[in-house]
Design a protein around this ligand. Structure first.
Ligand code: MLT
Length: 394
């Protein structure tokens, strides 16, 4: 069988590899505490499931979504949510586009914006899809290192002038996966100024905008002056409403970029199930106390994990947002060695930071979406196992 070079050059998706390791452990009868993929263990709230059931009984939802951009009531719900959450008013006809999950939009955007030889600016560490999609589009990649010292914000002035000249798309992610950092308005202002001066589109991945702690409420880039000409923001209902399997998200912002993405998508997908779009309306316009409750759940898990690890000599900073804990590995391990030792030694599954880029080396990522029973007890169990089986103090 002939397989395309572009695919042969692509590493396996990190979570496909973790799924394989999990299946292997299960087959051997080993118990794993699973801090791997960020996949909420809590169910989708009842009122959203009920809305899906109702909508699925209406045969009109069984047909194609011929709107291109998504159901008008879905786009209106997104616009209303943006207004109440961020104080940003969006035109639902031109500034909102429905996606089949954030991942799909992030990937297809690269095809819509980049020509071969253009440069994509990509945060490192970062969601692997930014890199792979840009590579598939034939673009050259320029990685923007994110470090703890700089608050996990890229240094835009460090990007070489010849790269800036060819750059057409910059991916950013705040709240940041995998580091849990948030960006302030001042960084957003500088990034927009940079993008405007250099004719670059910014794609801000906001999949984690609602998972924040300690009152640190993330803002939208679209609140800044000039953002609408330069920015699209991508959201997912996956993490906000525990809807990963439903595959529904949206892009908002610059109409020209959204038109290009819509045109690309109309050639490769046929929209999202209409019943899911109606359920998404229920999610966005319905009671939001489920989101508050979920933040409380992750915050408690975060604190149990960080306190537990500190108690055994592994000091890890508290993330301000996201469902991830970005843990510097103790001296003497690489990321991969630490992940391997946690897995084989302690039956604890975490993602090696190096899966998110070379600047992720030296870290492992724990997802707080712990599967399989009482998550707080499972976290305590993981800390106990790490204490017994893994050298963590430096
Ligand atoms: C993650 O764990 O980073 C995400 O859930 C994976 C994904 O969205 O593909």
């Amino acid at each position: 069988m002939h397989i395309a070079d572009r695919l042969l050059k692509t590493p396996p998706y990190p979570f496909a590899e973790l799924a394989r390791l999990k299946a292997e452990a299960r087959a051997e009868g080993r118990d794993l505490v699973d801090f791997g993929i960020g996949d909420p263990d809590q169910p989708t709230p009842d009122h959203i499931v009920a809305a899906l059931c109702d909508a699925a009984r209406d045969p009109i939802t069984h047909q194609y979504d011929e709107t291109g951009k998504g159901l008008p009531e879905f786009r209106q719900a997104v616009a209303s949510w943006y207004q109440s959450r961020f104080g940003v008013s969006l035109n639902p006809d031109t500034e909102v586009l429905r996606l089949i999950g954030a991942k799909e939009g992030i990937a297809h955007l690269a095809w819509a914006i980049l020509n071969p030889g253009d440069v994509a600016l990509i945060p490192d560490p970062g969601y692997p899809v930014y890199k792979v999609a840009s590579m598939f589009a034939g673009a050259d990649l320029h990685f923007m290192p994110l470090s703890e010292a700089s608050g996990y914000l890229p240094d835009l002035s460090a990007i070489p002038a010849d790269i800036v000249r060819r750059a057409k798309l910059m991916y950013l992610c705040y709240p940041n996966m995998p580091t849990g950092a948030v960006a302030e308005a001042e960084f957003f202002r500088r990034a927009i100024e940079f993008a405007a001066a250099n004719d670059i589109l910014i794609c801000l991945d906001m999949a984690y905008s609602e998972l924040y702690y300690d009152g640190c409420r993330p803002q939208s880039m679209l609140q800044a002056d000039g953002a609408r000409e330069r920015v699209i923001e991508i959201h997912s209902l996956s993490k906000t409403y525990n809807m990963t399997g439903w595959r529904i998200g949206f892009a908002v912002g610059n109409p020209e970029a959204l038109n290009a993405l819509e045109k690309l998508k109309s050639n490769v997908d046929s929209g999202a199930f209409l019943a899911i779009q109606r359920a998404a309306v229920a999610a966005l316009t319905g009671p939001q106390d489920c989101v508050e409750k979920m933040r409380g759940i992750y915050q408690r898990r975060r604190d149990i994990l960080i306190k537990g690890l500190a108690g055994i000599g592994w000091r890890v900073p508290k993330p301000k947002a996201t469902c991830y804990v970005w843990a510097p590995v103790p001296k003497g391990y690489t990321s991969a060695q630490m992940a391997e030792t946690l897995l084989r030694g302690a039956g604890v599954l975490a993602t090696p930071g190096s899966a998110y880029g070379s600047c992720g080396e030296g870290y492992v990522r724990f997802s707080l979406t712990v599967q399989g029973g009482n998550a707080e007890a499972r976290i305590a169990e993981a800390v106990k196992r790490i204490k017994e089986k893994v050298r963590v103090n430096t």
